[in-house]
Design a protein around this ligand. Structure first.
Ligand code: HEM
Length: 132
């Protein structure tokens, strides 16, 4: 195995791949019954911010922070009820979108692992625990 010192952003093919990924991802999101109700009709601005965020998340230019400041993702998601169903749905849409955008191999697994942690971190609604 050769060492790859490039950023994940570079390894997946940079801006072009990310734009494709974000587009495909939100096509799944708007068709998913657990996600669609949370999003506005016009997804253009959401796609734009997600593109900016993922660019910097993967080691590309700091597009999101340059425009919007610190991401504070969990805080920015607090106004939406996100339970395990929504986190699972988000990840399922992303999983399909990564495949369709042609992101494969080790780098795909590395990126997906980080997205899984981030998605779980967004959960702000919990099922009540059954008391004994
Ligand atoms: C866990 C399930 C998730 C749900 C249900 C969810 C849902 C949403 C919703 C409803 C919005 C607001 C759309 C609007 O502006 O009206 C949003 C914004 C956003 N989400 Fe998520 N999200 C989830 C996970 C994630 C994850 C894992 C990431 C990053 C890897 C992420 C990144 C973003 C970004 C960057 C924005 C734009 C924030 C802003 O500038 O306001 N989300 N999300």
């Amino acid at each position: 195995m050769t060492l790859d010192n490039r950023t994940p952003y570079e390894q997946i093919g940079g801006a072009e791949t990310l734009a494709r990924l974000v587009d495909i991802f939100y096509n799944h999101v708007k068709r998913h019954p657990d996600l669609a109700p949370l999003f506005p009709e016009d997804l253009t601005p959401v796609k734009e911010r997600q593109y900016q965020f993922l660019t910097q998340f993967l080691g590309g230019p700091t597009l999101y922070s340059d425009i919007h400041g610190h991401p504070m993702l969990r805080a920015r998601h607090m106004r939406f009820p996100i339970g395990t169903a929504q986190a699972t749905a988000w990840l399922a849409c992303m999983d399909k979108a990564m495949t369709q955008a042609g992101i494969t191999g080790d780098i795909r697994e590395q990126i997906f692992d980080r997205l899984r942690l981030t998605a779980h971190h967004m959960i702000n609604q919990w099922e009540p625990i059954e008391e004994a």
